[in-house]
Ligand binder design. Structure first.
Ligand code: PHE
Length: 331
């Protein structure tokens, strides 16, 4: 009876008390085992009754132990131990960050939002019409080789149905103008692909942001103003730039914009950031827009180039390796 009472009253509110209880009542050296072993010395007529009572006691001890154990495990308010020091700073949580390309892309987008541009996009797998023909690339003209194209053969018997991985974002201009009558003012960010050898400076894919503005009386001065405003927001007010004549089949006249890029670690140099021009009348005709009534400008910029100069990244492949040691440098 005494043991039963002790066992029922035991306070099992810590790991230590629980272990002491187990040793005292349930282990092989515990008192119940001891008493069971002593049954043989009792009078024969008492043995059966004693055995029954002791076994009941053992069951009781077991169930108290199990109950207390699970109560302790689920009790979060248990006494703190040394390893729970609440004054220690928490372990750092690993938090991801935006890829440097996304950071640049988002900044470019937000500048053009403020200039009144909307956003459009199109497929990365294009057909010849959108990527070349509608953009005034003459058929079989070497201009198509200007951009080393990845072709996708749909039909072995009919190369005429080949698709291409778009080599620039300009085909989205065509899709947009087919969908929406002017005025149009949009940027078109996205991935483009070129079959170039992979080096520190070129990769088989990269990102462009295309821009298109078609309205009444859009002029070259509007284009220059837009580009300069954009670049001074992205690169800072002390921007030094130059605009050079260039050639693209889909713009006339065409130009390229360079910015002077200089950092503490690097001597200054001119860096080409975009191509642009006034939308060629043939492009407007290809999408049934009257070139006598509407004019427009377009531009296309390389996001990798811009990102690499801003963050002083000297190998384009770093942007595609997904190496955490690199990515963690752009919180
Ligand atoms: N599509 C051209 C390129 O990839 C860039 C460009 C876009 C030029 C729009 C003029 C107008 O090089």
């Amino acid at each position: 009876e005494k043991i039963r009472k002790d066992l029922e009253d035991a306070r099992l509110d810590s790991e230590e008390a629980l272990e002491a209880f187990r040793l005292k009542y349930l282990s092989r050296k515990g008192i119940i085992t001891d008493l069971l072993a002593g049954i043989g010395k009792a009078a024969p007529e008492d043995r059966a009754r004693l055995g029954k009572e002791l076994n009941a006691l053992k069951q009781k001890a077991k169930s108290r132990f199990e109950e207390a154990k699970s109560a302790l495990a689920s009790d979060t308010s248990r006494t703190l131990t040394a390893s729970d020091d609440p004054s220690l700073p928490p372990l750092p949580l690993p938090v991801g960050s935006e890829h440097p390309l996304s950071q640049t892309m988002n900044e470019i987008k937000s500048i053009f939002y403020r200039l009144g541009f909307t956003i459009a996009d199109g497929p990365e797998l294009e057909d010849d019409f959108h990527n070349f023909t509608a953009l005034n690339f003459p058929p079989e003209h070497p201009a198509r080789d200007m951009q080393d194209t990845f072709f996708i053969r749909k039909d072995e018997q009919d190369p005429g149905r080949d698709l291409v991985l778009r080599t620039h974002t300009s085909p989205v201009q065509i899709r947009l103008m087919k969908e929406q009558a002017p005025p149009v003012r949009a940027i078109m960010p996205g991935r483009v692909y070129r079959n170039e050898s992979i080096t520190a400076k070129s990769y088989c894919l990269f990102h462009q942001v295309e821009g298109l503005y078609v309205d009444k009386n859009v002029s070259l001065a509007d284009l220059k103003h837009t580009l300069i405003t954009f670049a001074s927001h992205l690169f800072g007010k002390q921007l030094k730039y130059r605009i050079r004549p260039s050639f693209f089949p889909f713009t006339e006249p065409s130009l390229e914009m360079d910015i002077w890029w200089e950092t503490d670690n690097r001597p200054g140099q001119w860096m080409e950031i975009l191509g642009a021009g006034m939308v060629h009348p043939n492009v407007l005709k290809a999408v049934d827009v009257d070139p006598e009534k509407w004019t427009g400008f377009a531009f296309g910029m390389g996001v990798e180039r811009i990102t690499m100069s801003r963050y002083e990244i000297d190998d384009i492949r770093l942007l595609y390796d997904n190496d955490l040691r690199f990515l963690e440098q752009f919180p």
